[in-house]
Design a protein around this ligand. Structure first.
Ligand code: ZN
Length: 153
């Protein structure tokens, strides 16, 4: 579950004295939802199913997905996954294991290089938009209503 932080819990801008608001947040959320749906329908990699999204009763955006099965990358290093193979007398049962950490990292790198990146590279589009909208990259942008040097940007 990804949820927009309520205004009362956001950091306060030292310049404005008000909670920090990202004017593009709602569009970023819409774009993330659309990207997840497109990846789920077109990519041949594990992509979580989108359960629900939208605005809650307080007008805060949320996005809920299924969990994708698997083991978190740091877990094999914290607890040996193959104690009988990585130690003579099972002394690694429940103990940290550099061999498992290295193997997990190697498997991740192999998955990224051999499956994830080639699959993402195969997804092409003739447009630069997602759902007819292009989000500007983060940077010193001004809203169209801001005046910069006397010009609207
Ligand atoms: Zn191990």
């Amino acid at each position: 579950m990804k949820r927009e932080i309520p205004l009362s819990k956001r950091n306060v801008s030292s310049l404005m004295g008000k909670p920090i608001e990202n004017p593009w947040f709602k569009v970023h959320f819409q774009n993330e939802t659309a990207a997840l749906q497109r990846l789920r329908s077109q990519a041949k990699i594990p992509v979580p199913n989108l359960r629900s999204w939208g605005e809650d009763s307080e007008g805060l955006r949320f996005l809920e997905t299924d969990l994708v099965g698997g083991v978190q990358l740091e877990r094999p290093g914290k607890e040996c996954r193959m104690p009988n193979f990585h130690s003579l007398n099972g002394e690694k049962i429940g103990k940290s294991c550099d061999q498992c950490a290295d193997l997990a990292q190697k498997n991740l790198s192999q998955f990224v290089e051999e499956k994830l990146l080639p699959n993402l590279k195969s997804l092409t589009s003739s447009t630069t938009r997602l759902n007819e909208f292009v989000i500007p990259p983060r940077g010193p942008w001004a809203l169209s209503t801001d005046q910069v040097g006397g010009l609207n940007v």
